[in-house]
Design a protein around this ligand. Structure first.
Ligand code: FAD
Length: 264
């Protein structure tokens, strides 16, 4: 079973600063890590490889430094790492990101399953996985909590819904996006760590994946960030005192003073 895991490099902090002119994240000087949700996607792929054999590849679109996180995945037991990196990919929204990744996957070929994290901790849209499946013309299952069975080109997954769980059957090849508590990611082994030091990451440019420059980066991004801002906090803490009855009376008065209606 051949599996491709899409991983994104994200800032390793929630104290990111924005470039006010370009409305993009200032990435210089910030430690970058694998999107935490993608570590569960890698683990799930490695577990399937342990069970069924085959190869696991990781794929990322990003700046040249992104090859470092791809290398980290080799130390976990991933077979190949692919980086899509080109100036024309910069400023991509989720649609352009999905298109670029789809072109990389078409070049890798020969896959049974694509696994994405449920969302990235910086962009947070959770759109790339489903959009990527659409671009590749394959089915997808989002918010997978458990891969129940894989049998005869079919995959059965339990997924999280607004009201609980449901089980979905899909033909393969398919794409799944997975939630964080599906597994417990492994640590690198000494053997894989040694192997990773001797291996290299395949880096592909726009020409290599034959992408249309009108569909990548800012050119291919219909979403425009008009303004970014940090919401202002205006919270005044009030300590309630007195008996429980007095405290609830003051709470009700306070809520009414804030404009809440207590009609039931
Ligand atoms: C107009 C505009 C300009 C932007 N400019 C920039 C910019 O200059 N620099 C910048 O960093 N961001 C930029 N962004 C943010 C960018 O759109 C998102 O980071 C990107 O589209 C991915 O969306 P997301 O982070 O919401 O991923 P989600 O959809 O939340 O991610 C879901 C999953 O998709 C996969 N995935 C997502 N992104 C990648 C990737 N790059 N490689 C591999 N797998 C991936 C992962 O498995 C991830 O868990 C811009 C956005 C807009 C709208």
């Amino acid at each position: 079973m051949n599996i491709i895991v899409c991983i994104k490099q994200v800032p390793g902090t929630n104290k990111v600063k924005m470039n006010k002119e370009t409305n993009t994240i200032i990435r210089e000087g910030i430690e970058s890590i694998i999107n935490p949700f993608d570590t569960f996607a890698i683990e799930e792929a490695l577990k399937l490889k342990d069970q069924f054999g085959g190869k696991v590849s990781t794929l990322s679109m990003g700046i040249p430094k992104t090859s470092e996180i791809l290398k980290e995945t080799l130390a976990l037991g991933v077979d190949n790492g692919f980086l899509l990196s080109d100036r024309s990919f910069a400023g991509a929204d989720s649609l352009a990101t999905a298109y670029t990744l789809s072109m990389g996957i078409r070049k890798i070929q020969n896959y049974d399953l694509i696994i994405c994290g449920k969302q990235a901790t910086d962009g947070d849209t959770a759109q790339v996985g489903p959009s990527l499946a659409e671009k590749l013309g394959i089915p997808h299952i989002a918010y997978v909590t458990k891969i129940k069975k894989i049998e005869k080109d079919l995959i059965y997954c339990e997924r999280l819904t607004a009201n609980g769980y449901e089980t979905i059957e899909s033909s393969l090849p398919a794409l799944i996006t997975i939630v964080e508590d599906i597994n417990c990611p492994r640590l690198p082994s000494i053997n894989n760590l040694k192997k990773s030091l001797e291996s290299s990451i395949t880096v592909w440019s726009s020409d290599d994946i034959n992408s249309n420059e009108k569909l990548t980066g800012l050119n291919g991004s219909p979403t425009q960030v008009v303004k970014t801002f940090v919401p202002e906090y205006n919270v005044q803490n009030t300590m309630l005192t007195g008996t429980p009855e007095e405290q609830s009376e003051s709470l009700v008065e306070h809520l009414i003073s804030l404009g809440f209606s207590l009609d039931i």
